[in-house]
Design a protein. Structure first.
Length: 367
């Protein structure tokens, strides 16, 4: 039986001091140009030091990759000084600082990429109110995006982060290439399952090559994915298990499974009867650690998550209670704050947009 107090040695030899992590949340505190602000550094500093790993909110790898205003950028060396301050703030008491890197693709809001084309794998708009039809990336542009992920990983190293997480989940660009809903291409980047997986795997290969070239043996590289999709046609669990097997054979240090709840089950009849996380755990076969996330709030939630994963991560719980991990580790469970009072937003350093996102996605956690 895994305990969240236990250490964990990653495939590259780095040891995490425990099996708790803070999952990436876009805290919306960067300035309009994507530079890290003192308020953003303060936010991270107020929540770190107890967990084994802290994964930042997503940083966009090129100007047209921003999802919404308030995200930090990593597409140019000029962003490194601010990112370095963020990394230093997170790396307290042995907590590992992980920078999540991404491209929003068709999910970018209009004001976030003003002056740039909305791009994706194909020319299919997200089936949500207000989302526009993107332009498919050309072959040359795809190569450029892959190179920008690689360069972003190098900048994260230079900024002092302990690792990066490639964001292949939550309907963003990497996810869009893997999805049969958003990827309607008929070239070598689309069509078959193998072709749809080509872009995610190419990004991983490029980042791993950069790490090897830099000689950064202890630099952590993880990958985050969403195991299923709410749209039809969409990513199935069978699709995901194919990709998981491919990813587990690479030199990654962890796989991060993004779900709304850790006990979520698949809709496909052949996978009924046990949680999606259990199917992924079986497919990984111990080849790399798994991080689980999805409405984890209490000690029992953490213990349940660790039945089929190696690390339990929280997002909203750390947003609502900066001392969530410290209280759990020290047995002060009754003191954990599980709901957020709107009047406490400023004290907790939560931006208006981050509060809006939490309110829309988890209204039950607002008092």
């Amino acid at each position: 039986m895994r305990s969240f107090h236990d250490t964990l040695t990653l495939p590259n030899g780095v040891v995490l001091k425990n099996r708790l992590a803070i999952a990436p949340l876009t805290v919306c505190l960067s300035d309009p140009r994507g530079y890290v602000t003192p308020q953003e550094v303060d936010y991270y500093a107020s929540r770190t030091g107890e967990v084994g790993m802290y994964i930042t909110g997503c940083s966009y790898v090129q100007p047209n990759g921003r999802g919404w205003l308030g995200e930090e950028a990593i597409y140019d060396d000029s962003f490194i000084p601010g990112l370095s301050k963020m990394a230093s703030a997170i790396k307290r008491n042995g907590t590992k600082a992980i920078m999540q890197i991404f491209h929003a693709g068709r999910m970018a809001e209009g004001d976030a990429i003003f002056g740039y084309d909305l791009v994706s794998a194909g020319d299919v708009a997200a089936p949500l109110k207000g989302y526009r039809t993107p332009r498919p990336l050309t072959d040359a542009e795809i190569a450029e995006v892959i190179a920008n992920f690689r360069d972003a990983a190098v900048r994260a190293m230079k900024a002092g982060f302990d690792g990066i997480e490639i964001h292949g989940a939550n309907n963003y660009l990497i996810h869009q290439f893997f999805s049969p809903h958003s990827n309607n291409r008929n070239d070598h980047w689309g069509g078959s399952l193998e072709n749809r997986a080509a872009f995610p795997l190419a990004v991983v290969d490029a980042v791993l090559d950069a790490v090897r070239e830099m000689g950064a043996k202890d630099f952590i590289v993880g990958y985050r994915l969403s195991p299923r999709e709410q749209w039809t046609p969409g990513i199935t669990l069978g699709d995901t298990l194919y990709l998981v097997d491919k990813l587990a054979s690479l030199k990654l240090d962890y796989l991060h499974i993004s779900q709304s709840h850790i006990t979520s089950t698949a809709a496909e009849p052949e996978y009924c009867g046990k949680p999606i996380l259990a199917h992924i755990d079986a497919a990984v076969r111990g080849r790399l650690p798994i991080i689980s996330v999805g409405n984890i709030q209490t000690r029992s939630d953490v213990q349940q998550a660790l039945e089929h994963s190696d690390i339990a991560a929280v997002g909203g719980s750390a947003l609502i209670d900066p001392n969530w991990a410290a209280k759990l580790l020290n047995g002060h469970d009754k003191a954990i704050r599980t709901k957020l009072a709107p009047e406490d937003r400023e004290i907790l350093k939560i931006s208006p947009l981050a509060f809006k996102i939490l309110s829309s996605r988890a209204p039950e956690r607002i008092l």
